[in-house]
Design a protein around this ligand. Structure first.
Ligand code: ASP
Ligand code: MG
Length: 401
């Protein structure tokens, strides 16, 4: 069997944890399996590096940030290889160049294009455990790139897909995927299984357990994932296409505080206004999420939308810049004290009243809804940030997991 095992930062945070991971990998190796290990940077090292960069230059070139951040993963893979050697097991660490992990050239948010197999295959044939840096790649200009925060999960899934691995295990500091963040919601339960689609919605709407692009990729290539803890041997959660157990209505509740709402008030009520607004935003790389347009009155209308907090200023500047030209409006308002709370479940496709049930729980908890968006298997509300935990608990309780 070929097994890809990915370990997050907390799983390799110190010497003891590094040896713990080394031993877990060696266990599989000794059963005769081929083992490919993907690692994140140790502990909070990526944040530490970002703080260092920010201290030197708050507007550091993205290329140099990537150059810096990739050292985090390079440190952990080298130390892991040393640990395995000290335990008498042949292993080798490889970075993005040595494997050749080709990505797009967008520094800080690159996408994997192709992973070369030859070097890894060669090392596996020598019966070595291969330890690969997560999160990083190389651009066609031979520069380091990174895949976005949390991107090591995506490295692992991409490797599993490329190498046709028999298993892809994502090790973290929690026991699996929960119905809600157990640190916020009392009574949150671990799920045995979840579908790719549900996991993707949960990951995209605030459940921090998996990088959303890793789930997208797992679905695309049919890579079955197991999310489990590196600190114990509990079974974990399986992420796959179909879940056969009795269907729960809702599989999870997620929240995301990294949201800002921008309201563009008093736009002209005529064709092309939304097009121009969102075209300008797209040109400035602003990713827009929930969009709401009011009914026109007195030949004007309002459009509000959400963005991640770090993009709020860019979004407002973009609108301001065009206010006297192509985008006439009365006012631009921004509110960073908002959050999103979402429920996700394949069961809502076939059961009416799920949204109403969520809204009722929020009403009972006296939480005001500012905006709503939905997909086939998700309902999201925008609320006051300070209501987030109250809302999470109320909704979770309502659906009685
Ligand atoms: N070390 C990177 C981060 O902290 C990538 C990862 O952990 O997946 O975002
Ligand atoms: Mg992670």
């Amino acid at each position: 069997m070929l097994i890809v095992k990915k370990f997050g930062g907390t799983s390799v945070a110190d010497k003891e944890r590094i040896f713990n991971v080394a031993n877990r990998c060696i266990e599989d190796y000794k059963k005769g399996h081929d083992v490919v290990v993907v690692l994140s940077a140790m502990g909070k090292q990526t944040d530490v590096l970002l703080d260092m960069a920010n201290d030197i230059n708050p507007n550091a070139p993205k290329r140099e940030l990537d150059m810096l951040l990739t050292t985090g993963e390079q440190t952990s893979v080298a130390l892991m290889a040393m640990a395995m050697h000290s335990l008498g097991v042949p292993s080798i660490s490889l970075n993005a160049f040595q494997v050749a992990m080709h990505t797009t050239s967008v520094a800080g948010n690159a996408k994997l294009i192709k992973i070369d197999k030859d070097r890894i295959r060669h090392e596996l044939e020598q019966r070595k455990i291969v330890i690969v840096t997560g999160f990083q790649g190389i651009s066609k200009y031979d520069d380091y790139t990174t895949l976005g925060r949390g991107g090591s999960d995506t490295t692992a899934v991409a490797l599993a897909a490329t190498l046709h691995a028999d298993a892809c295990e994502i090790y973290t500091d929690v026991d699996g995927v929960y119905t809600a963040d157990p640190r916020i919601v009392e009574g949150a339960k671990k799920l045995d299984q979840i579908t790719y689609d549900e996991m993707l919605e949960l990951a995209s709407f605030g459940a921090g357990v998996l990088h959303n692009r890793s789930v997208e990729m797992a679905k695309k290539y049919g890579v079955q994932l197991v999310v489990r803890s590196s600190l114990n041997t509990t079974e974990g959660t399986i992420v796959k296409e179909e879940v056969k157990m009795e269907k729960m209505l809702i599989s999870g509740v997620a929240s995301d505080k990294n949201v800002a709402r921008i309201a563009v008030v008093g736009l002209e009520d005529q064709p092309g206004v939304a097009f121009k607004l969102f075209r300008h935003l797209a040109n400035h790389n602003v990713n827009v999420d929930m969009i709401l347009q009011s009914i026109g009155r007195d030949n004007t209308k309002d459009i509000s939308f959400t963005v991640t907090e770090d993009m709020a200023d860019v979004a407002v500047e973009t609108v301001e810049r065009h206010r006297s030209g192509s985008l006439k409006c009365q006012d631009v308002k921004v509110n960073k004290n908002v959050s999103k709370v979402s429920i996700v479940g394949a069961g809502m496709q076939t059961n009416p009243g799920v949204a109403a049930q969520m809204f009722e729980a929020l009403y009972d908890a006296n939480v005001n809804i500012q905006q709503i968006s939905t997909s086939e298997i998700r309902v999201t509300v925008l609320i006051d940030e300070e209501d987030t935990n109250k809302a999470m608990n109320a909704v979770h309780k309502e659906f009685d997991f």
